[in-house]
Design a protein around this ligand. Structure first.
Ligand code: HEM
Length: 212
């Protein structure tokens, strides 16, 4: 158990946990986006998808618990690393330079992260912790995403997610050791492509519901 405490106490241990939890969240985003695309099939199609998902019963609760744990670990360690970096500024710049240049994504990670956290809480209050007996999930989603203010919030939030992921994706691969000069440009390219898919994939849904 001592090795585990030492591992968590070390900078590389914390960065590894950030990388693993962050990449797991990228995996969740892919599954979530794929599920949300059923919204384009209309109310019955989307509700059938949600019902199918809920039919997994306790398995879904376990998945939600895993997701919550990943989020808590990611946010908690992110906050610790943020304050450690603040206290060691010269060191931070040295690390950033060697990590392959500074981008909007890399410079704003803690801020985009906190905005995402606020968005996820708002999002869950909006769609998850509401009365699922009174309205179908399709109604819940379309009641929100046909209002101008909600559409704005969702589009801005999704752009923030894309900016966060554009840096987080390749940075996570670098942390887990895939920082070979031959593969890094490819991994960076995949990260950018991934963030664009996330931005367009999630961002077009509110536009579609609002204009439809
Ligand atoms: C237009 C975009 C989006 C739509 C329409 C949407 C829709 C939904 C819906 C309907 C639920 C509740 C499912 C249920 O309770 O049965 C949900 C849950 C969730 N969403 Fe989204 N979502 C969107 C974007 C996002 C984004 C960008 C993120 C991450 C940053 C995200 C993270 C989550 C999380 C963590 C849950 C909880 C998962 C669970 O407990 O099942 N969503 N979303």
């Amino acid at each position: 158990m001592n090795w585990f405490a030492n591992f968590l106490g070390s900078s590389i241990g914390k960065k590894l946990l950030m990388a693993i939890t962050g990449l797991s969240f990228c995996g969740f985003l892919v599954v979530h986006l794929a599920g949300n695309l059923t919204l384009y099939g209309g109310s019955d199609f989307f509700n059938a998808y949600v019902e199918h998902l809920h039919s997994y019963g306790p398995l879904i609760n376990v998945a939600e618990l895993v997701l919550l744990t990943l989020a808590l670990v990611h946010v908690f360690i992110g906050i610790i690393l943020f304050f450690q970096n603040l206290n060691a500024r010269p060191q931070r710049y040295a690390v950033n330079r060697s990590a392959g240049g500074r981008t909007i994504g890399s410079q704003t990670m803690p801020y985009t992260g906190l905005i995402m956290l606020a968005f996820i809480i708002f999002h869950l209050m909006d769609f998850h912790f509401v009365d699922h007996e009174a309205r179908t999930v399709y109604q819940i989603v379309s009641d929100s995403l046909t209002q101008r203010g909600y559409v704005f919030i969702y589009i801005v939030a999704v752009l923030i997610v894309a900016i966060h992921v554009s840096h987080g994706f390749w940075s996570a691969f670098q942390t887990i050791g895939a920082n070979h000069p031959k593969y890094m440009p490819f991994i960076k390219g995949v990260g950018i492509a991934f963030s664009i898919v996330i931005a367009i994939g999630f961002g077009f849904i509110p536009i579609y519901l609002f204009t439809g």
